[in-house]
Ligand binder design. Structure first.
Ligand SMILES: Cc1cc2nc3c(=O)[nH]c(=O)nc-3n(C[C@H](O)[C@H](O)[C@H](O)COP(=O)(O)OP(=O)(O)OC[C@H]3O[C@@H](n4cnc5c(N)ncnc54)[C@H](O)[C@@H]3O)c2cc1C
Length: 482
């Protein structure tokens, strides 16, 4: 299942590693996650459901769901989609509620870190926020739970839309590289990868968090983080759809599929049904074709295509039919997806009888939107509201990205689903504002004004409508509170 030839990417497969799945010896490569190595070997069942013993597999590929949990070197519930493969590691499938390990793992002493600013999430928003704050002399601790900095950018091989100032026309993977290099140059940014910030605690003057860092031997270290201000740049989670068979291995989020293909060079399957024709569905369909994976159909419930015309034209030219007013009815298969039934929908998404069609495929890719990740942020007590245009529940925030809790900021998809270009600008605004507050002195506010103007320009275009509406609603609710 490894991609041998790719028009844009090259995959580093220098060092071969041996590992075991339920005692059976397999091989992977250094730099891969356990999930990617399993897929490359054709293993797609990662666990079994408790009651019916149904097979369960991978879904999001970025550590945000529980689909990929496995027992690794005796440690249960390990998120194999963000855990790097090591030589000799023993991986076991587990039922949904694995027992806690009997053996006592070495406990590492809790460590305490004090910093001016904590940035949670190293995607475009978090990287931009950290750089902006560091530029103003603030000490920054940047934490990301994935093994690579860059968030969603690390898998985006297409040239970006948006504004030239925010790197439009450059491939997402290259933007991530540029930002990573800039961060490396900054002496006052300390980076923690493979580290999850898991809890917010009240403490006297500072904001206080718990963080767990995964070590090379898969054991974990606990840290207590104290900071004057914090920026939540935690991104978003992929949406699921309710249909019979949606728990079968082979039903994956579009971002998860992108991670497998474009970060690790592994194909998710051989023939895909794509659900959703927004930009994500269209772009990932094209990237599947680039990876030599067949795309059977793209189905879209609405009467028209959601994404940019240019992306739709590209996949159509490659012979992929886009069926609007169609949805998935069911996925079927034993150990993994073997096919799906799709049908035409009428008003109110009701299935039109007699229009059902069978699609032979081994993968169903869901590109049906994202939900802002706010679970950790909501622990701070920041006021949360449901804003439909923002993609779900978000924290109320002012123009400078500060929430209702002083010193707690939000930026990027976590503050409302938009794009990487707006995420970078929001990150800069949050970074600037946090630095201003921490330093307690007046900066030249010209850059902040420019970031605001650029953000307005981006949201002014026809594709910025949803983001603009979301932010307008947030602004109204914010001022109602004052
Ligand atoms: C297929 C596809 C195509 C796209 N194309 C474009 C495009 O052409 N142009 C464009 O502008 N945008 C595009 N986007 C959108 C863009 O990628 C996102 O809007 C952007 O990445 C959001 O940035 P972010 O920093 O808010 O979140 P993310 O990039 O998701 O980063 C969030 C980071 O936070 C980390 N994290 C979360 N919680 C924790 C925690 N508790 N502890 C530690 N770390 C944590 C995650 O590991 C992740 O790395 C596309 C998206 C997709 C899926």
């Amino acid at each position: 299942m490894r991609i041998k030839k790719h028009p844009i990417l090259e995959f580093d497969r220098e060092k071969k590693l041996r590992f075991y799945i339920n005692g059976k010896e397999l091989y992977g490569y250094e730099g891969e996650t356990i999930s990617a190595a399993l897929f490359a070997n054709g293993v797609t069942t990662f666990s079994r459901s408790l009651k019916y013993n149904h097979p369960r597999g991978f879904f999001c590929g970025i550590g945000k769901c529980s689909s990929c949990l496995m027992t690794v070197n005796g440690i249960p519930n390990t998120r194999t989609c963000i855990t790097p493969l090591k030589d000799g590691v023993e991986v076991k499938t587990q039922d949904a509620y694995a027992d806690l390990p009997e053996t006592k793992h070495k406990r590492h002493k809790k460590k305490v870190i004090n910093t001016d600013l904590l940035v949670i999430g190293g995607g475009p928003a978090g990287l931009s926020a950290a750089l902006e704050a560091a530029k103003h002399g603030v000490n920054v601790l940047l934490v990301d739970e994935n093994p690579i900095l860059g968030g969603q950018l690390i898998k985006q091989t297409h040239k970006f839309f948006g504004s030239r100032e925010e790197k439009a026309g450059t491939r997402g993977v290259e933007i991530a590289q540029q930002l990573r290099k800039e961060v490396e140059k900054q002496e006052n940014i300390r980076v923690f990868l493979k580290s999850t910030v898991f809890g917010y605690y009240e403490c006297e003057q500072n904001h206080c968090f718990g963080m767990v860092k995964r070590r090379e031997d898969y054991t974990e270290e606990i840290y207590e983080l104290h900071c004057k201000s914090v920026i939540f740049a935690c991104g978003a989670m992929e949406n699921m759809l309710a249909f019979p068979g949606n728990d079968l291995p082979g039903v994956y989020g579009a971002g998860g599929v992108q991670t497998l293909m474009n970060v690790y060079g592994v194909k998710p399957g051989r023939r895909v049904l794509m659900v959703g024709s927004g930009n994500v569905g269209l772009i990932v369909s094209y990237q599947l074709l680039q990876a030599d994976v067949d795309v059977a159909y793209i189905v879209e419930g609405l009467p028209k295509i959601g994404g940019y015309h240019v992306h739709a034209a590209k996949v159509r030219r490659c012979g992929v039919p886009i069926l609007t007013s169609h949805t998935i009815v069911e996925a079927y298969g034993n150990e993994r997806v073997e096919g799906a039934r799709i049908a035409k929908v009428g008003k109110n998404w009701s299935i039109i009888p007699g229009t059902e069609m069978d699609v032979k495929c081994d993968t169903i890719c869901l590109a049906v939107g994202l939900t802002p990740s706010i679970r950790l942020l909501s622990q701070t007590g920041a006021e949360i509201r449901f804003i439909r245009e923002a993609g779900g529940h978000v924290a109320l925030h002012n123009k400078n990205m500060e929430t209702t809790v002083p010193g707690v900021y939000v930026a990027g998809d976590g503050s409302g689903i938009e794009e990487a270009s707006t995420a970078m600008l929001e990150g800069k605004i949050a970074g600037f504002s946090a630095a201003y507050k921490i330093k307690n002195k007046a900066f030249d506010s010209k850059p902040l004004k420019l970031y605001h103007e650029e953000l307005e320009r981006l949201r002014d275009g026809p594709f910025g409508v949803k983001g603009r509406k979301a932010k307008e609603k947030i602004a109204v609710q914010w001022s109602d509170k004052r």
